[in-house]
Design a protein around this ligand. Structure first.
Ligand code: COA
Length: 698
């Protein structure tokens, strides 16, 4: 598909403006130098090429067929392509899965498999692969060759962005429209071609939904270790997700889970197209940084401060060895005596092109400096065009040995300077924040590679699955999907989580006995599958301090439960030791339609309900990932001992989150799970209340 020697365009047309014409025209004008066979029912010649009536009439082999004929003829033509031995197909035609015709789409996949003839589409605008001078699309003709592969699920937007890359001087190795992804989606393209394609350095994916989130995560993780992946995922809002689902017929998983999954596997999620391409510019044209020391060279104090703020926002570290900075930059050819070497290095408004050149050379040559940001405010003392030439010269001289970005602020001459730099594959922006955000994206990817290479794949935790499944089997036998509190707690105990001592009492005598064993104060709660909202039924009492209170409470709970629901099957009262007050956290699990079991973590109470300060991760994950979750909530300081509070036992807490991720990925029966609250105590993380819902009986 990417390196064909011969191409057939089925549905080629002589009429400009028709898709079958534009594809032919693009293939020819972009410089494809293999055989090109237009297929049309009536014409004899199209754009100087001899026309064939059908694919079977083509005399030679056909590596790649592009089909652009109405949907109703496609099945027959597909079959004919298979018989002819066509090696692969791009199916431009719309009118299949996206309008509900999955049946024909399945048939296409069957034919493709029968003849071992992979295809992209349907419902696509084609593909471009610059190294082969192949533009088999009906998008713009003059794509700028570069090192970024752009895969897009959306058609029209993809074509529009293709045009945008040309205007904005973004070089592309390939553009691949995947449309309905009937057989080949982004994962297949990454795994089978782009991962090892020497002409592709980074990837940008426009995604509306993934068919198989887990498999995609595996592929993204593997490819992401070699090449950075940027994702632009639409459908962030609930309405947007609905539109996306109907657009290409794909299931849009909950958007927060998408973000979490991307973060877990190092995919950089951009908020919009302009951010995505800003990042892509930096990532494709820079090496991985060797260290964290960033230096900013500027001719303006104000813009330097803006960039410094942005570094703070994006967690970039400014090199701070003042002695060394002085040694490197406090030179008459770089700055006047009133210049500043406190990073940002301010060569001052009078600093000309040569001062910039010397400063950049000093930064490139210094082993202490790992990444360079140049800021330029247009002044009458500099010539932006000449400065661009110097920048190109220096960056070339140092062979892009370290990441380099520039932001130039000013008028038309500066716009031209930015264009010139980008044409020369030097990432240039019109605002400092864009330059810093883009550099930080490169750092985030680099950190992911470092972290992941060090850690390897998360190990599976050995859990007593037989015992856990036996408890579940008992619940299932009674025809229930809702586990009772003591059953859920039994499972957590088996997973070695700390659960305050408890027991189930059917009688008052037993209640007294249990209370003595678990230790006062105790909590007493009704246990009945028919009473889900225990508090509403008057079935929860806390802070019970002695035996006589236990006796009275037992009677009261049973009485309340019977009054609340006379038909309820009352199994008894659970009596648990009551933990002292502590910071409450919540660990929850849902099964996301795209990614499967997903763990949520956050502080309990108002923090989860009002502030929605929670983080998600797709299970299973490592202990380190659990630590990232804890550090990912805004209210994390409450756990680390803010305002004189005692810090919680973070090790125990992260262990609990990690164990839950392992449990739910090893036990398919668990549909949803909530530990709410878990007490994040000084000495331990304790499961105070818990609920588990099983999947429906298979
Ligand atoms: N073999 C060879 N040629 C055939 C053929 C066949 N079986 N069936 C039709 N043709 C020829 C037609 O004669 C026509 O040539 P002409 O211009 O010389 O008359 C050409 O192929 C195209 O067929 P036509 O019936 O004119 O269709 P069209 O060009 O109006 O529409 C599609 C065809 C594929 C473009 C259209 O059905 C479609 O799906 N459009 C949407 C595409 C899209 O948006 N994709 C997603 C992008 S994001």
């Amino acid at each position: 598909m990417f390196k064909p020697k011969s191409i057939a365009v089925i549905g080629a047309s002589k009429k400009p403006g028709k898709i079958g014409y534009e594809i032919m025209d693009n293939i020819i004008s972009y410089g494809f130098n293999g055989e090109l066979y237009p297929i049309n029912l009536r014409e004899t010649e199209i754009l100087g090429k001899k026309v064939y009536r059908s694919i079977s009439d083509v005399p030679g082999e056909v590596d790649f067929a592009i089909i652009s004929i109405p949907a109703k003829y496609v099945l027959d033509v597909f079959e004919e392509c298979g018989k002819k031995g066509v090696k692969c197909v791009a199916l431009i035609t719309s009118g299949f899965g996206e309008v509900g015709d999955f049946e024909t789409e399945h048939k296409l996949v069957e034919i493709a498999e029968k003849y071992n003839m992979p295809f992209i589409g349907p419902n696509i605008f084609g593909i471009v692969y610059a190294p082969s001078r192949l533009n088999a699309s009906f998008g713009p003709a003059d794509v700028k060759p570069g090192k970024l592969a752009f895969i897009t699920q959306s058609g029209a937007l993809g074509i529009a962005l293709m045009g945008w890359t040309i205007t904005n001087k973004i070089g592309l190795s390939s553009i691949i429209s995947i449309g309905n992804k009937a057989q080949i989606g982004e994962s297949e393209l990454l795994e089978n071609f782009l991962k090892d394609d020497p002409n592709t350095k980074a990837l940008l994916l426009y995604i509306e939904g993934l068919h198989d989130g887990r498999r995609s995560m595996e592929v993204f993780r593997e490819v992401g270790l070699k090449k950075p992946i940027i994702a632009l995922k639409s459908g962030r809002s609930k309405r947007g997700a609905l539109a996306a689902a109907s657009h290409t017929g794909s299931l849009a998983g909950s958007d927060k889970v998408y973000s979490a999954a991307f973060e877990q596997v190092g995919v950089l999620r951009a908020i919009d197209a302009s951010e995505a391409f800003d990042w892509a510019r930096c990532i494709t044209n820079n090496p991985r940084p060797k260290g964290k020391n960033v230096v900013i060279i500027t001719n303006g104090g104000g813009v330097g401060v803006m960039a410094t703020d942005a570094c703070d926002d994006y967690n970039l570290e400014l090199y701070n060895d003042q002695e060394k900075l002085k040694e490197l930059f406090f030179k008459p050819e770089i700055m006047p005596p009133f210049g500043s070497t406190k990073n940002p290095v301010d060569i001052t408004g009078g600093g000309g092109e040569l001062a910039y050149k010397k400063a950049m050379e000093a930064a490139f040559a210094a082993p202490e400096i790992d990444a360079i940001v140049v800021l330029y405010c247009q002044t009458a003392t500099t010539n932006p065009d000449l400065l661009a030439d110097y920048i190109i010269e220096v960056v070339k001289k140092y062979k892009k040995a370290k990441p380099f970005v520039i932001a130039s602020i000013g008028g038309v001459a500066v716009d031209e300077m930015v264009d010139k730099l980008n044409e020369n594959d030097i990432p240039a922006y019109d605002l400092p924040e864009k330059a810093i955000s883009s550099l930080s994206a490169l750092y985030r990817w680099s950190n992911f590679v470092e972290r992941t290479t060090k850690l390897g794949k998360p190990n599976g935790l050995k859990l007593p699955l037989d015992k856990i499944k036996a408890i579940i089997a008992k619940v299932r036998k009674e025809g229930r999907v809702q586990m009772l509190e003591h059953e859920a707690k039994e499972i957590f105990k088996l997973c070695n989580l700390h659960v305050p001592n408890y027991g189930l009492a059917k009688t008052k005598d037993k209640a007294i006995n249990i209370a003595q064993k678990v230790g006062f104060p105790v909590v007493m709660k009704i246990v009945s599958e028919d009473i889900i909202h225990k508090s509403d039924a008057g079935g929860v009492f806390i802070g019970i301090k002695d035996l006589s209170e236990v006796e009275q409470t037992f009677d009261k709970i049973i009485e309340n439960a019977k009054a609340y629901n006379p038909k309820a099957n009352i199994r008894g009262v659970i009596i648990s030791h009551m933990e002292p007050k502590a910071t409450e956290v919540i660990i929850g699990v849902t099964r996301d339609p795209t990614f499967g079991p997903t763990v949520m973590f956050g502080l309990g109470g108002i923090y989860v309900e009002i502030l929605k300060d929670v983080v998600f991760r797709v299970a299973p994950f490592s202990l380190e990932e659990a630590q990232h979750m804890i550090d990912g909530i805004k209210t994390r300081d409450m756990l680390y001992g803010a305002r004189g509070q005692k810090p919680a036992n973070i090790d125990d807490l992260k262990h609990a989150i990690y164990v839950i991720s392992q449990l739910v990925s090893q036990v398919d029966d668990i549909k949803e799970l909530d530990i709410n609250p878990m007490f994040a105590m000084e000495d331990k993380a304790s499961v105070v209340d818990a609920r588990i819902t099983l999947t429906k009986q298979k």
